[in-house]
Design a protein around this ligand. Structure first.
Ligand code: SAM
Ligand code: SF4
Length: 447
């Protein structure tokens, strides 16, 4: 399901509040960008609303990473255009990566669409909405970081904090560098201020975001140093980050993780394939042995570290032997979690020009097998946790048992538990009593 972005304050002196409805698709960067869009449009008198029927502007913040993601959005936006009220002028538009990928073409392809805005155009979106004609702003800007725009943060204990934008890696399959532009980092002082603002809102966990988040560098501050600085902000009790690139992980990053108890012992480290041949074809910039060595180095520094990953099956040229290597690597590393995808050819990328060699059926079979193996692995890992104690940041009531609470532990696993004095926002110790492949269940043992 897409995510909805919460409420925003109106800037002082703003005229009649205009309703802004935002639906977010794709990764956490998009969730963070939606908060930024709401923040940017608050300056123009817009306030977030929870339903499209109440909106003057309906905006879908989109993903372009796979064709399927785009198809879903195209369907949804047509539905929203068809369903809009005709007693007032409601603008419907597309923002984000799909908007940037297809640019002005979308205005022709989707009748009734009013605006198209790419990831670097949010600062100018208020002006774009003032015009009467359908319009697009798809200018990429290698300096745009939005460092002066405060995001309208949602509710909850976890805040997204974009520390860098864009990507310079150009993996052969990936559309991100084309739709999000070149890599750029925000000043550390701006990020520290924002972390203080997050803490003042009562949020306890910050997730640092970037497409290659550990490539962060601004002046002489590298990613490791930034981790230390954010971890040192009063009131921020947990720091996470996503997604690091294996080839960018430095000793300084690992040392910072090890030394800062606020930085959680969990890392999402995309590998894509277990075959050197495939990694080279994808131009990922590292070998499997280098990935193994990195995992070993990080585990040596932090024996309790949990890993998750991203996998693509069916990249052009992937043989059964390559695929078996992926399956074997996943078992060898013992990932706690994995996002697994069928390769989807994206126009504009280098791989788009390569003929596909793996049919839809084989891609489906390989994906299903990896998912089944991963589910079994996760269930196994979770069983070993029965009897152990997790520290859980309490985020909500449990869905199925209203008098129980739910939250995430250090390893970002969902823990549902019987409370003994805990409230939302607390970090409490929970003894794990049972498990499934997705959830741990337990009882609070101390406050
Ligand atoms: N920057 C991150 C990295 O390099 O690990 C990943 C960013 S991308 C938004 C998230 C994941 O989508 C990738 O790790 C990859 O597994 C998947 N992905 C990207 N392009 C894809 C494509 N063309 N087909 C299938 N999966 C894709
Ligand atoms: Fe895409 Fe590769 Fe950049 Fe990740 S590192 S965003 S997969 S080009």
């Amino acid at each position: 399901m897409p995510s909805l972005t919460g409420t925003a304050d109106l800037s002082p002196g703003a005229a009649r509040a205009k309703g802004l409805y935002v639906e977010t698709y794709g990764c956490q960067m998009n969730l963070a960008d939606s908060e930024l869009i709401v923040g940017a449009l608050a300056r123009h008198g817009y306030t977030a609303v929870a339903a499209p029927e109440d909106a003057d502007v309906v905006l879908l913040n989109t993903c372009a990473i796979r064709e399927h993601a785009e198809q879903r959005v195209a369907q949804r936006v047509r539905q929203l255009i068809a369903g809009r009220r005709d007693d007032r002028r409601v603008r419907v538009g597309l923002a984000g990566c799909m908007a940037q990928h297809h640019r002005e073409r979308l205005l022709e392809l989707i009748p009734g669409l009013d605006f198209v805005v790419g990831p670097d155009g949010y600062r100018r979106l208020g002006e774009l909405l003032e015009g009467d004609e359908p319009a697009a702003d798809v200018q990429l800007d290698r300096r745009e970081t939005y460092e002066d725009i405060a995001p309208a943060r949602g509710e909850g204990m976890r805040a997204w904090l974009t520390i860098m934008r864009g990507c310079d890696r150009f993996c052969t399959f990936c559309v991100v560098p084309f739709v999000r532009g070149r890599e750029r980092s925000l000043p550390a002082s701006v990020l520290e201020d924002e972390a203080r603002r997050i803490a003042a809102l009562g949020m306890k966990e910050v997730v640092l975001l970037g497409q290659t988040v550990n490539a962060y560098r601004h002046d002489d501050v590298d990613f490791g140093e930034l981790l230390r600085r954010i971890a040192a902000v009063d009131g921020i009790e947990r720091v996470r980050y996503t997604s690091p690139h294996p080839a960018d992980m430095s000793d300084s990053d690992i040392a910072a993780m090890k030394e800062c108890p606020e930085v959680m012992p969990y890392v999402h480290l995309p590998v894509q394939s277990g075959s050197d041949r495939m990694l080279a074809a994808m131009d990922r910039g590292h070998t499997i042995d280098e990935y193994r060595a990195l995992v070993a180095r990080m585990r040596e520094a932090m024996p309790d570290l949990a890993f998750s990953t991203d996998i693509i099956v069916g990249y052009p040229g992937e043989t059964e032997e390559d695929f078996e290597k992926t399956s074997a690597l996943m078992e060898e590393v013992g990932f706690d979690h994995a996002f697994m995808f069928k390769y989807s050819a994206r126009e504009g990328t280098r791989a788009f020009k390569i003929d596909e060699t793996v049919g839809e059926q084989d891609k489906g079979r390989r994906l299903t097998r990896l998912i089944e193996e991963q589910e079994a692995r996760a269930a196994r890992v979770h069983r070993t946790l029965v009897g152990s104690v997790s520290r859980v940041l309490v985020e909500s009531n449990a869905k199925r048992q209203a008098d129980w609470l739910a939250g995430k532990n250090e390893h970002f696993k969902t823990v549902v538990f019987e409370p003994h004095g805990a409230a939302i926002g607390d970090i409490v110790a929970v003894r794990i009593e049972s498990s499934s492949s997705h959830t741990l269940r337990g009882v609070q043992i101390e406050s």
